[in-house]
Ligand binder design. Structure first.
Ligand SMILES: Cc1ncc(COP(=O)(O)O)c(C=O)c1O
Ligand SMILES: N[C@@H](CCOP(=O)(O)O)C(=O)O
Length: 522
């Protein structure tokens, strides 16, 4: 007999290749200068075997410092107004503390592409491939393995990293076949990461730059963010690792316990505010304009430099073949632009010859981008975001709206939405095939279901769904679903535990019934 009371049972503790003519970049691996040329990854791996272990009293940061060859290649980046008129000359050093352009618009980190183009696509592919899976500082990180494209001028010694990135690209074989008739469906597990979400990719870059600014005696006493949970978790962890004070503004009672406890445990100064995320965002912007607190939300374009590496990684994991679709759940809308930027840079610099079509997926309860798209990109109107199980994207007035629109227009993109029932059903279906995804990934999967049903995405299209956070951060939503404890939602795929008397006969009866129901011959 199935009963929701079994969730109190102690057994179910639910209740609680062309060679470049330019001089090669010298990168350090284990103990020697390792000139990376346009070589295959096998060649690179072969060289590693000859390396000696570093001296016992030296750590990997010391080793990188000793071997540092500096940035002799002239790679550089500056802030420029986002989507600026080509005639604009406005730009700022990344060592300035600036989040907005003179006209109040967004900024973008602009790389010296001419310098990067001195090396061809094969060169960059080989360089990036040669760094995967190593422990060399800082290239062991999936973000810093692309350092020349991220923050080319930062000293490796200033980098704060947990060797984030290099996340699993999972072939969703059974889910794709059973529910979607798809053969080439993949999930990029960005949530399998240091603090359990893709925010680590951006935060390693932002906190590293803050570390550099503080060493330069710039007025940065702490770093602050507004958060629906994941940004604050990443910020507090990276700041704690570097000994930098972090301050987080959280909307009271709107984030999961697992997310709340992360900044608390990492020693952040946590303000729980009686407002929603948009209210917190407004407050942190006002506060960072007055106090020496550096803004860590994705309004700060530094973050997106790290996040864009997930797109590069996807290409790399497909051996530099381009997928047809990439689906990303969207809230404050920095990430969809970060993906666009990563793909676009790879095309611009000759690593690939096209970019995938992007889909941004929103919860119907917090869908300002979807409404904007449906209006034919008319006038953008923020909304009051309602409660959603996808709580990290409960955002009504996204700061990166202009970036998202740009990314979608330039990738022949689509915006979809998911109701609460759709996103929870999609999550349960995915989990039933061995995943354990967060509700935001459920939003992205719902978009995929809809685009498959309408025939826009074809059965053979290579499709990547970006999973943005670890499912373990959102267990309460799964408990509610599998308890069938959600008003107005049928919870059709719930799988509650069965309460059964602790005697052999009762257990056998239940098991026989179950096995019969599962026997394909019956
Ligand atoms: C788990 C999760 N998924 C998706 C998003 C959306 O990312 P973005 O705000 O960059 O659109 C966020 C944060 O907003 C998040 O925390
Ligand atoms: N989901 C985010 C919301 C803030 O987004 P950000 O990318 O602008 O920091 C969070 O986890 O706080």
């Amino acid at each position: 007999m199935v009963s929701s009371t079994v969730f109190q049972s102690p057994r179910f503790s639910f209740s609680s290749a062309t060679k470049s003519t330019a001089k090669p970049i010298t990168t350090t691996t284990a103990a020697v200068h390792f000139p990376i040329r346009a070589c295959s990854s096998t060649e690179a791996a072969g060289s590693i075997k000859t390396h000696h272990r570093r001296p016992a009293d030296e750590n990997i940061r010391d080793e990188a410092r000793r071997q540092s060859s500096g940035n002799h290649h002239g790679f550089s980046a500056v802030y420029v107004p986002f989507n600026a008129d080509p005639s604009s000359t406005e730009s700022y050093s990344l060592d300035e503390i600036v989040y907005r352009s003179r006209s109040g618009g967004l900024l973008d980190v602009s790389h010296d592409l001419d310098a990067l183009k001195k090396y061809d696509g094969q060169y960059w592919r080989s360089l990036f491939d040669s760094r995967v899976g190593k422990t060399t500082w800082p290239y062991g990180s999936g973000v810093w393995s692309k350092k020349e494209w991220v923050l080319p001028e930062i000293d490796s010694d200033d980098i704060v990293s947990a060797f984030e990135g290099n996340s699993n690209l999972f072939w969703a074989e059974r889910f794709g076949k059973q529910f979607l008739g798809m053969n080439d469906l993949w999930v990029k597990h960005c949530g399998i990461s240091h603090t359990g979400s893709f925010k680590d990719l951006g935060m390693t870059v932002l906190v590293s730059q803050v570390n550099r600014l503080r060493k330069m005696n710039r007025p940065v006493v702490g770093v602050g963010c507004a958060s629906t949970g994941d940004t604050s978790a990443a910020l507090s962890a990276y700041c704690a690792a570097a000994g930098i004070p972090s301050i987080v503004f959280l909307p009271a009672n709107r984030i999961s316990i697992a997310q709340l406890v992360q900044p608390i445990a990492n020693g952040a100064f946590v303000l729980s505010l009686d407002t929603d995320f948009d209210g917190c965002m407004q407050l942190i912007r006002e506060v960072t304009a007055e106090l020496p607190i550096y803004l860590a939300n994705s309004l700060n374009s530094l973050r997106l430099e790290g996040q864009k590496t997930a797109a590069i990684e996807i290409l790399q994991q497909f051996d530099w073949e381009v997928p047809d679709w990439v689906i990303v759940p969207g809230g404050n809308l920095g990430n969809i632009y970060a993906f666009y930027k990563g793909f676009h840079m790879c095309k611009e610099l000759g690593l690939v010859d096209r970019i995938p079509r992007l889909v941004c997926a929103q919860a119907a309860n917090a869908n300002p981008l979807y409404l904007h798209y449906k209006s034919g990109w008319g006038e953008f109107k923020p909304v009051k975001a309602n409660t959603t199980f996808a709580s990290a994207i409960q955002i009504g007035d996204p700061v990166s709206i202009d970036r998202a629109v740009y990314a979608l227009k330039n990738s022949d993109g689509i915006v979809e939405e998911a109701t609460e029932e759709e996103l929870m059903d999609a999550t349960a279906k995915a989990d039933s095939t061995g995943m354990f995804i967060c509700p935001h990934t459920g939003v992205a999967l719902t978009a995929l279901f809809k685009l498959r049903e309408s025939g826009v995405i074809r059965p053979t299209d290579r499709t990547v769904v970006v999973s943005t956070a670890h499912g373990l951060k959102f267990t309460q939503s799964k408990i509610d679903y599998h308890s069938k404890d959600i008003p107005d939602i049928a919870c059709r795929f719930a799988n509650p535990p069965v309460q059964v008397k602790a005697d052999f006969g009762s257990v056998m009866d239940v098991l026989k019934k179950y096995l019969l129901s599962r026997d394909p011959r019956c």
